[in-house]
Design a protein around this ligand. Structure first.
Ligand code: SF4
Length: 458
């Protein structure tokens, strides 16, 4: 393992703070053969739209695409759970030869009759793009028959990166809002929350903060989402975008079409959560009571969690973390959160970061931190070992890398079941990091046992 090298064509997507001065290459298609950690375009669109719980999500493609993304988010619903069912047209050889449009129409009609969804999303996968089914035409025809919005999501997997899938999802959401738009009045002191997916109930935590501040949440896109709420989104005063990599397209489109401004925030960690709430409060200048309530809320919440964080920090000071996440915005928050626990980062990477993201990461990170764009498992393993990290923070695809190397792992991606946003999320994060980093199991892994045996001999 110590001899792992980096592919020549990937060298300008990896830099080390303080050593390399070149501008990172990013936002390009993954290198063929590099076995990227990234998900495909279709997966990108599904993770954004999936939490809309009263919509039908139909994967037009082979069954593998559906199973790969089934229940991909720990997105909870306070009501219907149609999103948790995985429907697919299960395209096979015959459909590839004769086309899948008839099968798609039949599936849509049957599913709408059976489950009575409020809208339907039809996801185009690789094979649909290759055989050239006119999904848009089928959706239109079925929508006219069944009387609900039926929207094609143009997310053929091969067409770009996961980020293109986010764009396809935003296009579908915008269509859903615009289709039913009526000249309704703006709702005072209201916001939409964009890029928040109710993983482990996170939407409910954030909505409660806004309730206490006196701010109305018109819609959340898409955590605990409902079609009718999304269709009212054009009535809000402000769009608050959390996962900026995924939902900024929609915020821009809504700004252009309805004049709704947007701000970017993060709800991970103490500083970012507080900044997010203060930024929203400052937007409503004509309602100073919102800022007053926000100050009280932040003070109360921070005071409540500091003692517990301090106790956990005692065992974590000086420990090193590797971070590999989807969007770079999450990485920024994680770096700040780790500092609260006395930890440093030795590797930070993202699947979809842009040049500004990597420039900011370079500013924020500790000297010698390795910064990676669109990494693969071998690169991650190489730097985790070289930097002797104690913890890996990533998603489902990074978990086996961490465990095989014998270090702690914290799931900060969309499959997890624990809420990590807000003040209580910070405590959950600290508890999880503490439990995994201090586990005695890591002293028994072969790599460490071998190293210990060597040093004992010496
Ligand atoms: S859409 Fe294409 S890349 Fe994505 S899972 Fe399906 S076959 Fe694979």
């Amino acid at each position: 393992m110590e001899t792992i090298s980096v592919l020549e064509d990937r060298k300008n997507q990896i830099s080390q703070k303080g050593r390399d001065t070149f501008e990172m290459a990013c936002e390009k298609k993954s290198l063929a053969g590099a076995v990227s950690q990234r998900a495909c375009v279709f997966c990108g669109s599904r993770v954004v739209l999936y939490p809309i719980a009263d919509a039908l999500h139909l994967i037009h493609g082979p069954i593998g695409c559906a199973s790969y993304t089934w229940d991909i988010r720990g997105a909870l619903s306070s009501g219907p759970e149609l999103h948790r069912m995985s429907f697919s047209t299960d395209l096979s050889e015959t459909d590839v030869v004769f086309g899948g449009e008839k099968k798609l129409e039949k599936a849509l009609l049957e599913l709408v009759a059976e489950y009575e969804p409020k809208a339907a999303f039809v996801y185009c996968t690789c094979i649909v793009g290759i055989i050239g089914d006119d999904v848009e035409a089928v959706c239109k025809k079925v929508a006219a028959k069944v009387g609900i919005p039926v929207l094609a999501v143009h997310s053929e997997g091969f067409k770009g990166t996961k980020k293109d899938g986010y764009k396809a999802a935003c296009d579908a959401l915008f269509k859903l809002i615009d289709l039913n738009r009526k000249p309704e009045k703006q709702i005072p002191l209201s916001i939409n929350i964009l890029g928040e997916f109710n993983i482990g109930g996170e939407t409910w935590i954030i909505k409660e903060y806004y309730r206490r501040m006196g701010v109305e949440v018109v819609s959340v896109m898409t955590g605990d989402g409902r079609v009718k709420d999304v269709q009212s989104a054009h009535r809000a005063c402000l769009n608050v975008v959390q996962c900026s990599g995924s939902l900024t397209h929609l915020a821009r489109d809504m700004e252009q079409a309805y004049g709704i401004p947007f701000i970017r925030v993060s709800y991970f960690g103490i500083e970012d959560t507080s900044d997010a709430l203060y930024d929203v409060a400052s937007f409503f200048k004509d309602a100073p009571q919102i800022m007053e309530r926000t100050k009280a809320l932040v003070q109360e919440e921070v005071c409540a969690i500091l003692p517990e964080l301090a106790a956990l920090k005692k065992d974590l000071v000086g420990k090193r973390a590797a971070i590999y996440v989807g969007g770079a915005f999450k990485a920024f928050s994680l770096i700040k959160a780790l500092k609260h626990l006395g930890m440093s980062e030795v590797l930070v990477g993202s699947q979809t970061g842009n040049k500004e993201d990597y420039a900011l990461l370079r500013e924020m990170c500790d000297p010698d931190t390795v910064i990676l764009d669109d990494a693969n498992p071998l690169e991650l393993a190489k730097y985790v070992m070289e930097k002797d990290a104690h913890l890996f923070i990533g998603g489902v695809k990074e978990r086996p890398i961490a465990y095989k190397l014998g270090i702690g792992f914290c799931d900060h991606n969309h499959e997890r079941k624990i809420p990590l946003v807000g003040y209580e999320g910070m405590v959950n994060f600290a508890k999880e990091v503490h439990a995994t980093v201090t586990s005695p199991i890591w002293d028994l892994v072969p790599r460490k046992a071998f190293n210990r045996a060597i040093s004992n001999k010496g």
